[in-house]
Write a protein of this length. Structure first.
Length: 159
């Protein structure tokens, strides 16, 4: 085989190998990608700056501008690292890293999220909890969760 033939074959093979594993960044947002996989966008806090998804393997990364924490329903405290990763498939996130929940005095990693009809199941490995999907249509905001107007009002009263 000639040198030109070898170079052409190398370029052709490298195109196929990179195209099958390239992270997809379409023109969609991280929230729209979640919806493409039948997951509510509210499982990710506001302010996602980007994402990567390998549509062949399901490997994903979502990026926030920094770490993030907030309380929900007065009893759950959530913490997100600046990079969240795992595997995504229809109605399911698995092997998640970068998200944790405070239960009593302990921080536990949320390792799996599964949509089952109108319910969302969040697993920390040894235990799980179900919530109505309606709770996740709106994305929480870092620092104040879903009650940001009330938090701003209270902060203005204190100042």
């Amino acid at each position: 085989m000639s040198f030109t033939g070898i170079v052409s074959l190398f370029l052709l093979l490298s195109h196929f190998s990179t195209s099958s594993t390239t992270a997809v960044s379409d023109d969609l947002t991280a929230y729209e990608i979640l919806q493409d996989y039948d997951l509510p966008s509210g499982i990710l806090p506001k302010g996602a700056t980007g994402y990567q998804v390998d549509r062949n393997t399901g490997r994903f990364h979502a990026y926030l501008s920094g770490s993030c924490s907030f309380s929900l329903e007065g009893s759950y405290e959530l913490s997100y690292k600046s990079t969240i990763s795992g595997y995504i498939s229809k109605g399911r996130l698995t092997q998640i890293s970068g998200v944790s929940v405070k239960v009593l005095f302990f921080w536990l990693n949320i390792v799996e999220v599964v949509r089952s009809g109108d319910e969302m199941e969040f697993s920390v490995g040894i235990a799980s909890a179900n919530f109505p999907i309606d709770n996740f249509y709106e994305s929480p905001q870092c620092g104040c969760g879903l009650d940001c107007n009330n938090a701003q009002y209270i902060q203005r009263m204190i100042v």
